[in-house]
Design a protein around this ligand. Structure first.
Ligand SMILES: NC(=O)c1ccc[n+]([C@@H]2O[C@H](COP(=O)([O-])OP(=O)(O)OC[C@H]3O[C@@H](n4cnc5c(N)ncnc54)[C@H](O)[C@@H]3O)[C@@H](O)[C@H]2O)c1
Length: 254
């Protein structure tokens, strides 16, 4: 097993991408603290998933989450800062509260998680921190300015943390998912003109990614196979971020 004996925290682990990451880590031998603002019993491979409550927009709560892992298991090997949420709306109409919400849920939560995990990991001189950003962090998107700004900042936070700690044995990386089939994006797509089918058809790969496809990348970054991968921002998006937008995408038959 690729994570035999490792201790992991995954935030936002009650749904979507976080739930898939928690399940994959547990299947590969890790003990997983599955933190969520609304924790729920989920698929629990080998009974190695421990649901726990934490609001990751609260720095003290995130510190307490890491302290909980140390108290239960004595160490922390993997920290996945997965919580984030799109805040939709045109920039010209955005309120201060919209902006503050986007920064709190997607950026400050990640900062709190990175900082809290670094303490024990630096003492151990080992660890893997994985931040979940978004393809929205690579470029502008209408109606997603605050979300995109927060996620772009997650990219730099990842790089800065890795550079600052490059000789420490702790690696800090980021996964930038494309459109992944989880409850919020499906609910949002259903509100668009043309609905869900038109949205999926508009995606460059012609389909949603699956939460398990993000979990596979997270498993790699968490494992020793990624021992020389540090400060990386890895798109997992079916080529969406590789596209040169000025050239129209043809319609394929297949
Ligand atoms: N689904 C996509 O298409 C997509 C694309 C790019 C990036 N992402 C990113 O992936 C991450 C996970 O998204 P998802 O689609 O799986 O979402 P999701 O809504 O399915 O899961 C998010 C989980 O986070 C929890 N959560 C929300 N606020 C919290 C808080 N303050 N403290 C603790 N837990 C909280 C929710 O209860 C939920 O269980 C997010 O950072 C999101 O921005 C998703």
């Amino acid at each position: 097993m690729r994570l035999e004996g490792r201790i992991a925290i995954v935030t936002g682990a009650a749904s979507g991408i976080g739930a898939a990451i928690a399940a994959s880590f547990a299947t590969e031998g890790a003990q997983v603290l599955a933190a969520d603002i609304a924790p729920r019993a989920a698929e629990n491979p080998a009974a190695r998933i421990y649901p726990c409550q934490c609001d990751v927009t609260d720095a003290d709560a995130v510190n307490a989450l890491v302290a909980d892992a140390l108290a239960r298991f004595g160490r922390l090997d993997i920290m996945v800062n997965n919580v984030g949420a799109a805040v939709h709306g045109w920039l010209k109409d955005a309120s201060n509260a919209d902006w503050d919400r986007a920064i709190a849920i997607s950026l400050s939560s990640t900062f709190y998680g990175v900082r809290a995990a670094l303490g024990p990991m630096l003492r151990q001189r080992s660890g893997s921190i994985i931040n979940i950003s978004s393809g929205a962090g690579f470029g502008g998107a209408p109606g997603m300015a605050s979300y995109g700004a927060a996620k772009a900042a997650v990219h730099n936070l990842t790089q800065s943390a890795a550079v600052e700690n490059a000789r420490s044995g702790v690696r800090i990386n980021c996964i930038a998912p494309g459109a992944i089939e989880s409850p919020p994006i499906v609910a949002w797509a259903e509100t668009l003109p043309g609905g869900l089918d038109a949205y999926v058809d508009s995606l460059l790969p012609g389909r949603f990614g699956k939460p398990e496809e993000i979990a596979a990348a997270a498993l790699f970054l968490a494992s020793d196979e990624a021992s020389f991968v540090n400060g990386a921002v890895i798109p997992v998006d079916g080529a969406a971020s590789a596209r040169m937008a000025a050239i129209a995408v043809p319609t394929w038959d297949s």
